[in-house]
Design a protein around this ligand. Structure first.
Ligand code: ZN
Length: 189
């Protein structure tokens, strides 16, 4: 029984990964290497497993899918049909309303963070860890130092509202932020 359920979870996760890979297939990150976009959701899911010891399948699926509503043509109905309401709900929780201006969306992320489910908070933390790591090591082309630092400051305000759901992920976030600020201060290229 245990073996059967393990096999099935693995198959579900692979299907989820396939879906996200197809949806993001023509997208690249904004860094100089133009990294395939799918590397980012994979990194987020991997942080949840490796650092957060998360084993909940819905959380891992939602992590892999976390940018599909916001950044691809995926609809909530599609997520419902393929992966069920629980996964769709978590993805919706971590999706900005793209009809709003960017600054308003950023402000709302701070405001909404404390009200998110524990699954969504864990994904938020892993997402910000991944983005901060990229902002330090492989930033978007053309972003000056102040803009990169402003991203770090803003992410800290979002994460403040997510604390209490994963001590290990929160500790890693704090460590990445401290190292990142030192690195940007010492060698801001
Ligand atoms: Zn993301």
């Amino acid at each position: 029984m245990i073996l059967a359920s393990t096999t099935s979870d693995t198959a579900v996760l692979l299907e989820t990964l396939h879906f996200a890979a197809v949806k993001h297939q023509n997208q690249r990150r904004k860094n100089k290497e133009a990294t395939p976009y799918i590397n980012h959701p994979i990194a987020v899911a991997r942080l949840l497993v490796g650092e957060g010891q998360v084993t909940d399948l819905v959380t891992l699926q939602a992590a892999i899918l976390h940018d599909t509503l916001e950044d691809t043509n995926t609809t909530a109905t599609e997520l419902d049909e393929h992966f069920g309401a629980a996964v769709r709900q978590v993805v919706e929780e971590v999706t900005d309303d793209k009809r709003l201006p960017k600054e308003e969306r950023k402000r709302l992320q701070i405001e909404h963070a404390p009200h998110l489910s524990s699954r969504a908070k864990q994904i938020k933390i892993a997402d910000k860890i991944s983005n901060v790591q990229d902002m330090i090591a492989s930033p978007p082309v053309g972003w000056p130092l102040e803009r990169r630092l402003a991203y770090l400051d803003w992410s800290e305000q979002v994460i403040a509202g997510c604390r209490g759901c994963s001590p290990s992920l929160e500790a890693l976030y704090d460590q990445i932020m401290e190292q990142g600020r030192q690195k940007l201060a010492a060698n801001p290229t």
